[in-house]
Ligand binder design. Structure first.
Ligand code: G3P
Ligand code: CA
Length: 330
């Protein structure tokens, strides 16, 4: 492990538990977060969306059809609806149509039972956590374990939610102020795919540690809405990185932006992204290492034995050799 001032005292590479230990427990539950700490993760990730009454809850998207039991609850049958979220038509049940009290009656379940069948034994065990609960939980765990429990919270669909009067950044900043996020027990990274959300957070939060995420084939939705013609390809150029470094401390690129796939789907030639970002003082937290990554050998996959993961560091060696600072992993 390396340690450096840009890494806030965290070991490098920093292990960021993606939605908690989501390879082993239903994602974004206290169970998946706690197991991640037990497994040695340095940082626990939350994706944040709002409820109708303005609370921030930990879900990867506002559509909760696939990660809760809402579809089997007759009292909520009439809430099923179709919406356009960031330009995509989606039919299901959405967090912003439920109060927190209503959402708390739901139970979390495994998102991908077909490939993570063994996790379904935990379906129904946990409720949807609020970010406020996670802040309190992380403080308590930090004290109990005698080490900081870092969090890594992402604003999901921030322009969409601002448009319906449920802006995420002010709510998030208020919670961070209330819980004194820069105390020893549970410091927080903040992340988003939308640069305007990161810029807003950087202004609202004291001593921000903000990370701009980038997918390989997407355009930030705030750019689309504002008519900004830049694409992700523009953002990962030296000039784009220079711009990002003017308001962020790091980037969270998809793994493919660091080592693209070759024509046969295997690993191709590394790009200069790690070097170019480091040259501008940006740390890199790419995503996502999981046993479902398509380029992994078949025998890497877990099967039915929860301890039979392959050699993670070996399988993803090429990324670590590039000098990434941390990794989102399931
Ligand atoms: O936030 C890092 C990574 O989680 C981004 O992808 O879609 O899993 O939120 P997603
Ligand atoms: Ca995320």
């Amino acid at each position: 492990a390396r340690h450096g001032s840009g890494h806030h005292g965290l070991p490098v590479p920093t292990v960021i538990a993606h939605r908690g230990a989501s390879g082993y427990r239903p994602e974004h539950t206290i169970g998946s977060y706690r197991l991640a700490l037990d497994m040695g993760a340095h940082v626990i990730e939350q994706d944040l969306v709002p409820t109708k009454d303005g609370h921030l809850v930990c879900r990867h998207e506002n559509d909760i059809t696939g990660t809760t039991d809402v579809a089997s609850r007759p009292e909520f049958a009439s809430r099923r609806t179709t919406k356009s979220v960031d330009g995509a038509g989606i039919t299901g049940w959405f967090t912003e149509d439920f109060t927190l009290a209503e959402l708390k009656t739901l139970r979390a379940k495994e998102r991908i039972p077909a490939s993570r069948q063994e996790n379904t034994v935990y379906d129904g065990r946990w409720t949807i956590p609020t970010f406020e609960e996670v802040l309190r939980w992380a403080d308590a765990e930090g004290r109990r374990r005698g080490r900081p429990v870092w969090l890594h919270a992402e604003t999901k669909h921030p322009t969409y939610f601002r448009g319906i009067g449920l802006g995420l950044e002010e709510r998030l900043a208020k919670l961070l102020r209330r819980y004194g996020r820069h105390r020893a027990h549970s410091p927080v990274f903040l992340q988003s795919f939308e640069p305007s959300s990161i810029q807003r957070l950087a202004k609202l939060v004291d001593s921000p540690r903000v990370v701009l995420l980038s997918g390989a084939n997407t355009r930030p939705w705030d750019f689309v809405q504002a008519g900004d013609p830049r694409t992700v390809a523009d953002l990962v150029t030296p000039r784009g990185l220079e711009w990002i470094a003017s308001f962020a401390q790091g980037i969270g690129p998809t793994l493919d932006l660091i080592v693209p796939r070759d024509a046969s789907g295997g690993l191709g030639t590394p790009t200069t992204l790690v070097r170019d970002a480091h040259a501008r003082g940006l740390i890199l937290h790419p995503y996502t290492m999981r046993n479902e990554n398509s380029f992994l050998p078949a025998d890497f996959r877990r099967g039915t034995d929860p301890n039979a993961y392959g050699d993670v560091f070996g399988a993803f060696k090429v990324y670590f050799e590039q000098g990434i600072d941390g990794i989102f992993t399931d």
